[in-house]
Every structure is written in C-alpha cells, then in structure tokens.
Design a protein around this ligand. Sequence first.
Ligand code: ADP
Ligand code: ZN
Length: 750
Amino acid sequence: MTHAPANPAVLDAVRRVWGFDSLRPLQAEAVDAALANRDALIVLPTGGGKSLCYQTPPLVANELSVVVSPLISLMKDQVDGLVLNGYPAVALHSACTDAERDDAHAALNTGDARLLFVSPERLLSNGFLDWLAGLPQPSGRRGVRRFAIDEAHCISQWGHDFRPEYRQLATLRRRFPDACVHALTATATPRVRDDIVTQLGLADPAILVGVFDRPNLTYRVVPRVNRDAQILEVLARHKDEASIIYCISRRETEAIAAMLTDRAHKARAYHAGLDPERRRKVQEAFSREKLDVVVATVAFGMGIDRSNVRCVLHASMPKSVEAYQQETGRAGRDGLEAECVLLYSGADGAMWSKLMARSAEESGATPESLDAQLRLLAEVQRYASGMNCRHKSLSEHFGQSYPFPNCNACDICLNEIDQAEDSTVIAQKIISCVARAQQRSGMTFGAAHITDILRGSKSQKLLDRGHDQLSTYALLAETPKPTITSYINQLLDQGLLHRADGEYPTLTLSPASREVLTGKREVKLLRPKEPARRERAGRPGAPQIDLSPDEAALFDALRALRREIAEERAVPPYVVFSDATLRELAAVRPSTPDAMTRVKGIGAAKLAAFGEQFLDRLLDHARRLGLDLDTQPTTTTAPPKPAPGAPKRISPAKARSFDHFDRGESVEATARAVGLSPRTIVAHLADWIEDRRPESIEPWIARADYDRIAAAAREVGADFLKPIFEHLSAEIDYDRICIAVAHLRAHAAG
Ligand code: ADP
Ligand code: ZN
C-alpha cells in the first residue's frame, strides 16, 4: 500500500525524526511534488496525515517552508511537537510572547529554522513578504520556495469555514512566482476543491485526493429517546478516555456538561459564548488529558489536536454530512479504534431548517444559499435514517466507492438493528392513534403523548382528556417507550407522519398516512437493539494491537509517565508519544533502546529525550507483571491469550537463559549463548531469581553492591528502580539494581 518517495532521503528523514517506517501513499506524492517545486492540492480526511506532507520537504531540501494556518492554538501545539522531535520549527502570530518572537526571528535570520507557521494576518502584514524574500537559506538561496496553506477550504465561501482574509493569499503566487504552493484541506466537495485552485492561482497542481473512509471508526446512529441516559451509556464504554459531545445549542452544552459533572465525569462545556480565556483553558485541559469530555458546539474542534479521542457523540444531528465527517474525524486520529455515535431524532431536521431560515433572513442571504443549506440537511437526514452500511454511505457521499460488503464497524453491518417483523401493523397502530386523538380532542399531540396512549399510561393528563377511551389505547403496551418513540421518528422520516407547524412539534397525518391505514402501503421499521460486542475478525483496515489485561496495566503505567513528562515540559501528552506508540510499547516490550526504535513513532530525538525513562518504567513493570520482553505484538486476529491465572508460559529463549543461570553462568556468557542483548538477559535473570529464589546471587552481583542496594531499598522502597539508582548517586548501574531488587522481592515474598 505504500508508495515509495522518489528521493530516498525522504524516508530517512521520516524514520529519523518521527520514527515512522513508511509514508502513506499520498504523503509520498505530496512530498515529491514539493521537492519538484510543483503546486498541489492535497485533500486528506482529518487524521489522514496532512502535516507530514509539508513537514518533510524542508528537511530534505534544507530550506525553510512557510505554513499558513488559521489556528493559533494548533500552531503552538505543532511547534511544540516538532521541537520535541528535534525539528527546528517556529511560529509567528499575535499570541507569541516577545521572547518567542525574538527567538523565531533569530532562527529565521540565521537560516536555522526549517518550518515557519504563520497566521494569514501576519503573513499579509506590512513588509512581511519582503522580509521573507530576503531570508537566507542553508542551501545558499534566499527567500522561500515552498508554501503550504493549511485548512485551505477557508478560502471558499462554499466551504463551511469561510475566512475572508484567506482570499488575499493569492498574493503569494504573484510575489513568489518561483515558489510552489500546496493547499491542504479535509473538505472534499468538488466545488470547494475547484474554488481553492482558482482562488490561490495554483498552476497545473498535482491533485491528491485521499481515501475518505476511516476504517478505525465505528459509526452508530441511535434513535434519540432519552438523551442523557443514552449519553451516559455511550460514555460508559469510554471510561477515562477522551470524548467529544457535539450539540446544536450553547444551552444544551451547558446542561449536558452539568449532568455529566454530577455523574462524576470530568466534563466541561465549550462554545463561542464563553470568553476566550475560558475557552483556551478548556482546550488546554482537554489536550493535556486533565479533562475527559468536552461538550461543545461546532466552535470546538478545529484547534483540537488530541489524537486519542476515542468517542465523538452527536447529541443532535449535524447540519451536513461534511460537518459530520469533519466532527467525527476528530475521533481516532492516532489510527486506533474509536466510536462515533449520532443520537438522531426526526425533530432535529425541523429544528435545523427553522434555524437556517431564521439566520438566512437575518443575514439577508440569497434564497439559493438557503436552498443549498437545506439540500445538505436533507442529505444528512438521509444518512441518519438510512439502512445502508455507514462506511459505504459516507464514502459514496464523498464520491468514493466502498469495496467491502460488510465493514464490521457500523450499527448496520454489526447487525445491531433489526427490522420489526410486524412493521406495517405497528405503523397502522401508531398512525391511527394519532388520527383518533386528533379527532377526539380537536387538536394535535406530540410524540410523547401518543406514546403514552399506545402504552396504556394512566397519567392524569391522559385520563383528563379521556384518551384511555380511545380504541388505540394500550395497543402497544408491551413495547418499550424508547422503541415507540423511535418508530414515530422513523415514520416521520419516511413521510408517513407529519410534524405540524406551530409552537410545539405535534404529530399529524400526511397523505401517505392514509395509504398505510388502508393497507395500500407496506412499511419497514427498525427495532433498535443494544450495541453488540464488536466482532473484529475479518474486518477491513484498522489494525489494532490487542492488549491483555496485564499489558493494559503496563499501557496505563506508560500513559502515567507520559503525563508526568508532558507536565514537566508544559506540552500536551500526545506530543510526547501517541497512544499507538504506547500500545505498541506495551505489547512488544522492547528491552533495549535499539529495540525501541523499531516501535512506530519513536525517532532519534525522542529516543534520546525520553527513551531511558520509558524503558525504565517499561522494564520495571514488565518484570513485576511477569511479562516477557521483545515479543511480537498480538494483532486482532491472533489466537486468544491464556486466561489470567493460567500458569505463565515462558518463552523458549527465556527457558534457555534459565538453564544457563541454573549452571551459574554470567549475564555476558548467557547473552552470547542465547543470542540476546545483555539487557534482556538481565530481565530474564531477574525472573529466574524470583522463580528459583536462590539463597545467594553472588555469581551475578558483588556482596558489597548488593548490601548497598538493599540498604537503599529500605530507605526508598523497592517498587521502582529509579529512586534506588538516584539514592545511590548513580554509582551502581540499573542492571545490578534490577538483579538485587529481584532477590529482595523474592525473599520478601516469603
Ligand atoms: P491531519 O493533519 O491530516 O489531520 P496529522 O498530520 O495530524 O493528520 O496525522 C494524523 C496522525 O497520523 C498523527 O498521529 C501522525 O503522527 C500519524 N501519521 C502521519 N503520517 C504517518 C505515517 N507515515 N506513518 C505513521 N503514522 C503517521
Ligand atoms: Zn457497515
């Protein structure tokens, strides 16, 4: 699947800086285009890896690239992340401190920086382009030869995020005729694409459009019947993980956040009505993993780069499939599994069209633009009420065919939805109930009241109206309330009932209703089911390393370390290592720095910066949990692991080490004989000591050292190696501490 870049230095740079072993297909083409100085339009879904497209060329060409980005918070995070990778990047925007600005200028004036992030306002400010044109480059040239315009759809008024200042970026083409301009976006509609090319004046651009399907996302559309309970149910599947809940109104975000806070979730509301300081705090807390759930209006997200969001839940329907794709795209950017749930009610469409009409009136928008919005709305309604594979529907919406018959990652393919066998009869009961109630009282009623009648409720309101006398009273007494609500919404979506205009959304008959009542029309209704456990085997895409409970404990320990490091450096945790990297570490458990570099996401700079800390924590926990080192990760299709409590299997390599230790052989001799690194052998030895509990371990450690370590362990505890190491002023190496501590633990355990 990977496309090798034309220049081998590209792959070298990617390996060295990011620790990735390959480029994704379009990344390679984008990098090639940039190095060939050709314009490009790069359309990749959120999480598709756009950043690497503009981050790689400057390293290879040894020249500065300029990235225009509308989002200051995102720039800052990107720069922090790059700097941790040892990548010289700087940013210039209105939120820079004087010191940051001076540092950035210095790095640019000396030609040390490879990437400059800049806001459009700044780029177009007086004299800025002239200054850029004079910057020295290590290659000996002056000026800038590569520009990248991030979030390029902001240039188009057909896009969902139009920013007038983006229009002026066309100047770049004129001012830097020899430079190439790359436009990057996640918005795929052809109209927006064309608009970007024209507005930016791209010349014969390479058009690189990625695959929009996100195989690691599981999509579900759930009839909204009890919003809060449903939200809690979904979040229960994502305990201590990051989730975003999208709402239409600010009031709703506040209410849901309060509800969640009451239920001990770490949740906050986020919307455009909050003051900027407060918004910044929420964003920061979320990206630093101090906050699990953000309940937001669409205002939240563009600046969010937390890659381990495991759940995006829409409390109401979004206003377009594009918006849905964009918002759900924030889940699982690390490529690991994530869930997207849409709580859908037919009422949402009515609510949106009302909002759209009102705002069109207020803004004096043209009737065509309101029509366009309503068309987008109808598409998302079709998606939500549809019965087709969600991955397929979304792919096709973006003009791409979906080749798999079963995605195994949506409510439809997972068979979470049943068709009610007696759908037509149910529909007749509901429709006639609506008709009878209206006849009897001379007014229309809402879905809740109709549901009460059908279920045979004894509510006072119902009895007062004499609705217990209706022939449809208690006709669906056995059917749960949420299910009836869902049926009513489905009838509305199918046009078999209407929602009456007026202050309250009440139900009334449509012409099609009569056809159902007279038996001229068959109806299909879905019976909502509990989400099933996901069957993973045979599912396309999304390789994910499965963790055993012990490995999950190790993963948590590594996450805790990541948080500590992030805190210390005042950066978001994911810029230290991604979840994907930590999972792989927990599954493979490399025993040496060298083995660590084979894990995805560990480049040279990060290895130097954090390798030892992570290795330490990893070895220590792996040993205490009795986990083998240097294993192959178990992927989703591998045979199940032995149940907890089953006797621990030891690997053949370890068994051989044990034989050598039984004969009292040294670590070095054993390492040579077994062909593993001394570090691994030390870990084997520690296991052997805990297993065999020898009286003396003097073949492996001098008595004097052992005594010092034992004394230190009495002072600082034997849970971790590092405090002992530090207590001994680094005079005794980790290997010996590890061996001695194993002995101390073996004997402490009785
Ligand atoms: P986008 O900007 O398109 O939303 P990002 O550039 O943030 O996406 O990349 C999304 C995720 O994919 C990041 O966690 C990034 O580290 C990872 N990624 C990008 N390119 C590669 C690659 N070639 N190999 C492995 N992981 C990659
Ligand atoms: Zn599917």
